[in-house]
Structures are given as C-alpha cells and as structure tokens.
Design a protein. Structure first.
Length: 450
C-alpha cells in the first residue's frame, strides 16, 4: 500500500522530521502527483499549508487549476496561498525559456513563503511531488546536457529546506492510489505537448527505449542509487586533492603549478577547484594552457582571475579592494587596493622631467612590459634600490629604513615579470629609473588611505 510505503520512506529519509516539529508547505499544481502527495501528508498527521502558482500561461485552464486547488483548502481545512506571475514578461526580460522562468519564479516565491509562515517550535519545509519517473527523466536530461557526475544522482530527496518524499514511487503507483481513494485532479494540457524537453523524454524517448529494454526504468533507478555512492567517492577524492594543492591566503587561493601538473585526472581536478569561482567548464582547457604560459598571464571569470605568478596559480577576486594579488593592464589608469590608490599616467620627457618621490614612481616606460602585478611583499623578495647596482633583499631594506613590524606588514610592491620595479611608498628599482635617454615615462602615483 502506497501510504505505508510513504510513511516508511519518510522515516528512512527524513528521520528527524515528524508532525510535532515541522510545518510543511506543499507545492500543489492540481495534477495527480501533488494531489496524492497532499492526501498522503494529511493521512500521516502533518500540519501543512498549500501553495499554488498561477503562471497565466494557459488562459481559462490556469484559472480552473487555481479554483480546484483552493477547493482542497476546504477539503483538508488548510490555508491555500496563491501567487500570480507574468511568466512570459519575466522570461523575455531575463532571456530565459518559459520553463526556466517558471522554475525561478516559483522557487523564489516558495522561499519567501517558508520565511513568512512561522509557528513556534517548528521548522518549515517545502514539499514537492517529484516521483521516480521525474527522477529518471532528470537523470537522462542531465546526461545529455553533459552536467557531469553531479547530475547523475538525479533529484535529491532533501536539499536545504526542500524535501521530496515521493521519489520512491512510480507514476503508475501514484495514479492507482488516486483512483483507489477516489481522489480527483486536473490535467495540464501542456503535458501532452513534446515541445518541452521533459515531455519529449517522457512521451517519446523513454517509451522508445522501453521497446528495446523493457526494464529500463528499474535499471535507471538502480543506477541513480549507484551514481549517488559513486559521487560520494568522487567528492572524497577531490577533497583530498584540494587539501594537497590549495593554500588559502586571505580571500585568495594559491596553487603550486608543478604539483598541479602531476595531479591526475588533471581535467576533473582543475574543474572542481575553479567552478566555485564562477569559471565555466570550457575554461578548464584555458587553465591547462596557462600551466605553460608566460608569467603574468591570466584568465578571468565574472568574479575572479587565475593569475600565473612564477610557479604558482593565484585565484584572486576581481574586486581589487579585497584582492592580495592584482593584475594591472596597460589600459588601467586607477587601481584601488587594500592600502590605497594607484594612479597610472603615460608622459613624455619632451615638455617635463618627471621626478621620483616616495609617493610617485617615475619609470622608463620603454622598459616596462604589462601586465604588472601589485601584491604584498613576501620573504625572499629582492630588488635593486635606486642608486645601487647590487640587489638587496626587502627584509634587509626594511631594517635599513627602520620599519616596525606593523609597517612591514603593510608594504606592497609593483612587480613586472618577476622583477620588483617599485616598493610602493619607499623606493623604485634602479633598473627602471629615468635616464638621459628616456623618452616616455610611466608615472605611478600612490595615495595612502590606511
């Protein structure tokens, strides 16, 4: 009996959730799946409310569905929440398909409901009527989309405050329960159209496969369970690789290139590292090319850069105020960073003779090659202080300057191709000074803000 299986599955999947400690918000379309879910939850003694979305996509049919769902409130003596959406307008404004737009709209509203409905000593959860056949369709859609191993576990029974307690049941079982218990429901006419991706799989692709493999549904459901366990092993392995490779430094991560090159499988490891910084799957190949690129090369996502700096990859935020390693291109004129502001200007020596001070670096522009790297100094750094022909480690230079420990912690340097050209606020490198032969000057001004 479906009710007994439902209650047993609930105990196994949601062991800490009971009628005494949670309030459920059931997403109800009016179709047989959500109607059966509502009845099962009511019979299991849970306190619940009903949420219905009217997307205004099917004219009178949408109004019929809404009226039907409202009648369920009377049947079960529960509150019904209804939300109206201009789905077509939202889809056009956000350049989304109707399916994507409807999904975004409904889940955004569901989360608002979860927050708004509050009862003492209970936790709110959204409950959806996804079932085994939905899970099979999701698995196949994800496989053909190329979502990787994370897409092969299908629909998860619990994600944050969303639970899906019907994933164990097939569509046929749900329909049998509805008929045996004299439940009524409404049919969505769009379910008969294969212009939607999910319907295409449901109406054509899966039935065609069943002609060759009659047990395909059971086989795929078993595969989903195996893929879940495979993903756990995969994630465990990835975490071990990340632990060996990643060094967290403030809001940046640093990765040793030689160690990364020896890691296998390289493609998957790189992807798992960079995907959390808004990089895309195709950019994995760009990262692999970066392994042998010139110093200072980089690739960017909407939020971060991966910079090759000597034998390291540095994943740094584009927001320069918080970054510890900042790339400066030849078109950049103003850089805001943790300690202040740098202003860059190209000048000619024809009309003036720029001077170098503690706050202004006047450099021979013809000796400068972009990109430049703005970063904090580190142990082992050295440069050729202005007026000297021998290199000096920054640590010793700071002692000569009588810098306190606190002052040293705030020092940044401007670097070009592994050469420090300016210890910002203190001294430029002698190799980049203006000479009698200098024609073009890169003038970098520093304004301290901390």
């Amino acid at each position: 009996m479906l009710l007994e299986r439902f209650q047993q599955n609930w105990k196994e999947q949601f062991i800490h959730l009971s009628p005494s400690n949670c309030t459920l918000i059931i997403a109800v379309s009016g179709g047989v799946d959500s109607i059966v879910l509502t009845d099962l939850i009511a019979r299991s003694g849970f306190d619940f409310a009903i949420a219905h979305c009217n997307f205004k996509l099917r004219g009178a049919e949408s109004e019929r569905d809404e009226a039907f769902v409202k009648s369920l409130g009377k049947k079960y003596s529960k509150e019904v929440f209804v939300k109206y959406f201009d789905t077509t307008e939202y889809a056009a404004a956000n350049k989304l398909s109707i399916q994507e737009a409807a999904r975004n709209l409904r889940y955004s509203w569901f989360q608002q409901l979860i927050t708004a409905i509050h009862k003492p000593q209970t936790t709110n959860f959204l409950v959806t009527a996804h079932h085994a056949n939905d899970n099979i369709e999701t698995l196949l859609i994800n496989f053909f989309r190329g979502t990787g191993i994370s897409g092969l576990h299908g629909i998860l029974p619990k994600q944050n405050n969303i639970i899906r307690p019907l994933l164990f049941a097939k569509r046929e079982e749900i329909e049998v329960y509805a008929k045996q218990n004299n439940l009524t429901w409404v049919e969505d006419s769009s379910n008969a159209s294969d212009k939607y991706t999910r319907n295409l799989f449901r109406l054509q692709i899966i039935p065609a496969i069943k002609e060759v493999y009659p047990n395909v549904e059971d086989n795929l459901l078993h595969n989903i369970e195996r893929f879940k366990e495979t993903e756990i092993l995969y994630q465990q392995s990835i975490e071990l690789h990340k632990k060996k490779l990643i060094e967290q430094k403030g809001n940046e991560i640093h990765i040793p290139i030689l160690k990364l090159q020896k890691s296998a499988p390289l493609h998957s490891i790189v992807w798992e590292i960079i995907k959390g910084f808004a990089f895309t799957a195709p950019q994995v190949d760009e990262v692999k090319k970066l392994l042998i690129a010139d110093n200072g090369s980089y690739i960017a996502s909407p939020s971060h850069r991966i910079i090759k700096n000597r034998n390291w990859f540095i994943v740094a935020p584009l927001q320069t105020e918080t970054a510890q390693n900042i790339l400066i291109e030849n078109h950049d004129r103003k850089i805001v960073f943790e300690n202040g502001i740098l202003a860059l200007e190209l000048l000619s020596t024809t009309n003036c003779k720029p001077q170098t001070t503690n706050s202004v670096a006047s450099l021979d522009a013809d000796e400068i090659k972009f990109p430049l790297l703005l970063r904090k100094w580190k142990q082992g750094d050295y440069f050729y202080p202005l007026g000297m022909q021998k290199k000096k480690k920054l640590g010793k230079f700071f002692i000569d300057q009588k810098l306190s420990k606190t002052d040293k912690e705030k020092v940044w340097v401007l670097e070009m191709d592994k050469k420090i050209i300016w210890v910002i606020g203190y001294r430029i490198d002698d190799r980049f000074k203006i000479t009698n032969g200098t024609k073009n000057v890169l003038q970098v001004s520093y304004k301290k803000t901390v």
